[in-house]
Ligand binder design. Structure first.
Ligand code: FAD
Length: 506
């Protein structure tokens, strides 16, 4: 990746949106010598990486699982800084605790001995299949990392050209679920490993087999917590942005991008035109095409295959007791997870019995709740908002009741009676806060039939000096991927600026 400075004249770059994708691009470009203006419609930086403090509780409103720290170390290194000087990580053990309706509880644990004990709970003789699965997962990850991640490949044709015959080593003809079932002959393990697709808010029944690289991301690179709360990651990046003299405009919504032929010329905020030589847009591609560029419907239709990933209802509870059965990360599985996937991702309906992701961060960090209290986040995945068939708000509340019933039934006795603080978000709130397409929480869905797990390209097809970053473009959603995306998009700009520098013209 390029870290070279560009030239003495500092090109002016405007970044729209201070999610992790926008912040990563702003840091990389400022470090390379650009004059960067970062425009964010909200008062906080970090986008979906967000925090709420209330009555002694500190709730991470967005991400709670941190993976692939080396991507953030590379980002800070671009700015001449050490990640460790700004953000402290601590490993989370066990990785996940998995609860099933029949009472079975199985941990995923990075320690091989403890993991063997957990596998024995699932059934006899699973050790070999589990190790083989992790080896297959590593092979898929290594291949994807080498090309799609590190080279920033954006289209199927770029991918075929880069990998050549090696493309057949990628598991792309099977679905993730089929490949899991073929390799792991155990219903508990099948449910658990299918649900690794939660990292990108998609369905294991529709995602390509190579998405089974995700267990290697967790077992090979670790699962981490940011000391003091996940939001400290945003604080750390913001500090570097300030040190690199990025001009930050908070509470400053961009309402339009101005164009001239095949170039963008600047943007509009509050009736003021702000010129820019390059624009990096962290607003998702489709909303930006519609609202900022006011593109005709035909141009937007081309993007239809980049359907949003799932949304969710997000329930944060402060409770006046501690639920010892919970680990830091927990999954309460649906009785029928295939039905859950099918309902959310094919029928686009609210599921009766979704698999629930439940986070209890006080297991790693007691500062997030007052003594004797627990801090619990509950996140079931549900469909994004289809404006032609909007879901009535009562359906979200009915789902919340079913979710709490399920948790009370499966071990969190009398949960409702112990609630002292509550915060509840529906897809409508998520869409309003971050401007994401249909309230999606991970950008674009990974679907073998719709887009082969590709997201939109980083470089705009219509405008030569407009790039997109974040969950709706390659390599996609999740904190490390959007942070990588910001770096890759910056490299495209830096390379073009270097080519155009006067000293490169003979
Ligand atoms: C509840 C929840 C749980 C999650 N859990 C995890 C997890 O455990 N691990 C993980 O890795 N990921 C998780 N994710 C996903 C992760 O948060 C996202 O993939 C990632 O943070 C998205 O970053 P982004 O830069 O693409 O977009 P965003 O964070 O959405 O940032 C976009 C920014 O642009 C701003 N913006 C939009 N339009 C404009 C405009 N016109 N003018 C100015 N500003 C604008 C928005 O306000 C926002 O700040 C979770 C997300 C949610 C919501």
């Amino acid at each position: 990746m390029s870290t070279n400075k560009i030239s003495e004249a500092r090109p002016r770059v405007a970044v729209i949106g201070a999610g992790l994708g926008g912040m990563s691009a702003a840091l990389s470009l400022a470090a390379a010598g650009c004059a960067v203006d970062l425009y964010e419609k909200n008062s906080h930086l970090g986008g979906k990486l967000n925090v709420l403090t209330r009555d002694g509780f500190s709730f991470d409103l967005g991400p709670s699982i941190f993976t692939l720290p080396h991507i953030f170390q590379q980002l800070f290194a671009r700015g001449g800084r050490r990640f460790e000087d700004y953000v402290t990580l601590q490993p989370v053990t066990p990785h996940w605790r998995n609860f099933f309706e029949d009472g079975q509880v199985i941990d995923l644990d990075p320690d091989p001995v403890r993991m063997s004990q957990q596998l024995a709970k699932a059934g006899p003789g699973l050790e070999g299949a589990f190790r083989d699965f992790l080896n297959y997962s590593k092979r898929q990850y290594d291949l994807i990392d080498e090309g799609y991640f590190q080279q920033g490949l954006d289209t199927l044709s770029e991918l075929l050209k880069y990998y050549g015959w090696r493309v057949f080593k990628l598991d792309f003809l099977s679905t993730m679920h089929r490949s899991v079932c073929r390799r792991l002959p155990n219903p508990y393990l099948q449910d658990i490993f299918d649900f690794f697709i939660k990292y990108v808010g998609s369905s294991a029944l529709r995602a390509p087999g190579f998405m089974n690289m995700m267990p290697h991301i967790q077992f090979g690179y670790g699962l981490w917590y940011v000391e003091g709360g996940m939001y400290n990651l945003a604080h750390g990046i913001e500090k570097v942005l300030t040190e690199l003299e990025v001009t930050i405009h908070r509470n400053c919504e961009v309402t339009g991008i101005e164009t001239d032929g095949d170039r963008v010329t600047g943007l509009q905020t509050g009736g003021i035109f702000r010129p820019a030589e390059w624009i990096v847009c962290n607003m998702e591609v489709l909303p930006a095409y519609k609202k900022l560029l006011k593109m005709p419907p035909a141009a937007c239709r081309r993007l239809k295959k980049y359907e949003p990933a799932c949304s969710g209802i997000v329930i944060h509870l402060g409770v006046d007791r501690i639920y010892d059965c919970l680990a830091h990360h927990n999954f309460f599985f649906s009785r029928n997870q295939r039905k859950h996937f099918d309902t959310v991702f094919r029928k686009h309906e609210i599921p009766d019995d979704p698999t629930l992701y439940v986070v209890a961060p006080a297991r790693s960090d007691q500062s997030v709740a007052p003594p004797g209290h627990d801090n619990i986040k509950i996140l079931p995945h549900i469909p994004w908002i289809n404006e032609e068939m909007p879901c009535p708000v009562e359906a979200y509340h009915a789902l919340k009741d079913r979710v709490l019933d399920k948790l009370e039934r499966m071990g969190l006795a009398n949960l409702r009676r112990h609630v002292v603080v509550e915060h509840f978000w529906t897809p409508v709130d998520i869409q309003a806060m971050y401007g994401s397409n249909g309230g999606a929480i991970y950008g674009v869905v990974s679907d073998i039939w719709k887009n082969q797990a590709f997201k939109a390209p980083k470089q705009s097809r219509e405008f030569a000096n407009l790039l997109f970053v974040g969950g709706s473009v390659n390599p996609g959603g999740g904190m490390p991927m959007v942070a990588l995306c910001g770096q890759l998009a910056s490299d495209i700009i830096i390379k073009k600026l270097q080519q155009n520098a006067p000293e490169n013209h003979v």
